[in-house]
Write a protein that binds this ligand. Structure first.
Ligand SMILES: [Zn+2]
Ligand SMILES: [Zn+2]
Length: 162
């Protein structure tokens, strides 16, 4: 069944905002794929949930445009947007050296599947995600390294870069 899924092109991957004035390139393998139903993601995406590919900070390169801060404008979660069309593009999490890229901004996102589901407690009742690990809110931070390890095993079996 998993072999019927589309598989990603080799890295680097390219992505862009709605208006294409902000363009990016992903040069390292993601460390996690996720779906989040938290109220913050629902509001900021103006949709039911947010889809995320997480990379080490250096994995994201901006190739066109200048992202601007938006969202919560906090130091811990740095939400970045296209200045022209205001698309939410990515979120830097500096204390972990990670960046969460909005998965559907990739030029080809057909292969994307969330491994981790967070904030199931506030999901819209009809949403059924195929995630392998699901949490009412967020996994315990102490468990996070183990979650990333299990993601890596799962991604390797799907022929995703790891
Ligand atoms: Zn734009
Ligand atoms: Zn969220």
């Amino acid at each position: 069944m998993e072999s019927q899924q589309p598989t990603p092109e080799p890295l680097p991957w390219r992505g862009a905002c709605r208006c294409q004035q902000l363009q990016m390139r992903l040069v390292s393998a993601p460390v996690l794929s996720a779906i989040c139903h938290c109220r913050g993601c629902q509001r900021m995406s103006s949709s039911a949930f947010a889809l995320t590919l997480t990379f080490a900070s250096h994995g994201l390169e901006i190739t066109r445009g200048d992202p601007v801060p938006g969202g919560m404008r906090s130091d811990d979660l740095q939400h970045n947007f296209c200045d022209a069309c205001k698309s939410w593009a990515f979120t830097r999490v500096p204390q972990f050296g990670l960046v969460n890229v909005r998965a559907t901004l990739l030029d080809d996102a057909r292969w994307f599947v969330p491994y981790l589901e967070t904030y199931r407690s506030t999901k819209l009742p009809w949403v059924e995600a195929p995630a392998k690990e699901s949490y009412a809110e967020f996994p315990d931070p102490n468990d996070f390294p183990a979650v990333l390890e299990r993601y890596t095993d799962w991604a390797r079996r799907r022929d995703w870069p790891t």
